[in-house]
Write a protein that binds this ligand. Structure first.
Ligand SMILES: Nc1ncnc2c1ncn2[C@@H]1O[C@H](COP(=O)(O)OP(=O)(O)OP(=O)(O)O)[C@@H](O)[C@H]1O
Ligand SMILES: [Mg+2]
Length: 166
């Protein structure tokens, strides 16, 4: 079982489809998704689509200034973090909350700029790195850590294989 998956995305619609597939799986499990990628690579865009497929009714906005946005109107609760502006001390306080949220299977925690959390992330997580290729194309690299997340990634692979392409 290889714990990574690389997907070439041609446009926004394909990013949306991938978010739809991942939403279908995490709606039953919750968990933690860490998003990596340069400014403007598409982390928040991906979260917006994920929230859409999880039936979030509120408008989803970037948490860069507020650090955390919560959405409770969808199929599961979403805690959307952006650690870009946090100092080390601040990160320690949000990590306590994060560990609490990720223990709840009815909650999905998502972190943008998780590289700023200095190694204290919960083991059980799905990492998604988004690489900018050109204006519309991206490469998504999915990596699973922890047994539950590895199973989750296998399910994502199965669905993508069944569809043959996105
Ligand atoms: N295939 C694609 N997937 C995702 N975003 C895309 C794609 N094609 C174009 N875009 C555009 O790229 C931009 C991504 O911006 P977004 O705010 O999601 O980036 P971000 O990674 O969250 O940046 P930041 O680090 O500032 O939070 C959006 O304007 C989006 O419409
Ligand atoms: Mg963002």
């Amino acid at each position: 079982m290889e714990n990574t998956l690389e997907i070439n995305i041609k446009n926004l619609e394909e990013t949306e489809k991938l978010a739809g597939i991942i939403a279908k799986i995490v709606e039953n499990t919750g968990g933690l998704i860490c998003l990596y990628g340069d400014i403007g690579s598409g982390k928040t865009t991906f979260v917006k689509y994920l929230a859409k497929f999880l039936d979030v009714k509120e408008k989803v906005t970037s948490p860069s200034f507020v650090i955390l946005n919560e959405y409770h109107s969808g199929k599961i609760s979403i805690y959307h973090f952006d650690l870009y502006r946090l100092e080390k001390g601040g990160i320690e306080t949000v990590l306590d909350e994060l560990h609490e949220y990720t223990e709840n299977e009815n909650a999905l925690a998502i972190i943008e700029w998780a590289e700023f959390s200095s190694g204290d992330l919960p083991e059980e997580r799905l990492e998604i790195e988004i690489k900018y290729i050109d204006e519309n194309q991206r490469e998504f690299l999915l990596k699973a850590f922890g047994n539950k997340s590895k199973i989750l990634l296998e399910k994502i692979k199965e669905i993508i294989l069944l569809q043959e392409k996105l």
